[in-house]
Design a protein around this ligand. Structure first.
Ligand code: SF4
Length: 79
């Protein structure tokens, strides 16, 4: 996701925090801080542990693997 999209998708009440966080991100990158001074700019949510592929190195391929799906109320908590 591009930074412009992050800003455009933000709720107005969080916009100043997100812009400040992006500012900290650029400062941290410019000066190569050893500790991250900013929060993650984006988050990927994996709502299921199921998969149709069966890659041999993956736990999904193991016998007895149980697929779980994220419940909608948990998903909404994270947004
Ligand atoms: S590594 Fe696992 S989750 Fe990823 S594609 Fe392969 S089987 Fe699916």
């Amino acid at each position: 996701m591009r930074l412009r999209e992050i800003i455009l998708r933000s709720e107005i009440k969080y916009l100043k925090y997100k812009i400040y966080n992006i500012f900290k991100y650029f400062i941290s990158r410019k000066f190569s801080f050893t500790k991250l001074a900013y929060l993650p700019l984006k988050m990927d949510i994996e709502p299921t542990t199921g998969c149709n592929f069966r890659c041999t190195m993956c736990a999904v391929s193991s016998p007895g693997y149980i697929t779980k799906n994220m419940k909608m109320d948990v998903f909404k908590k994270n947004n």
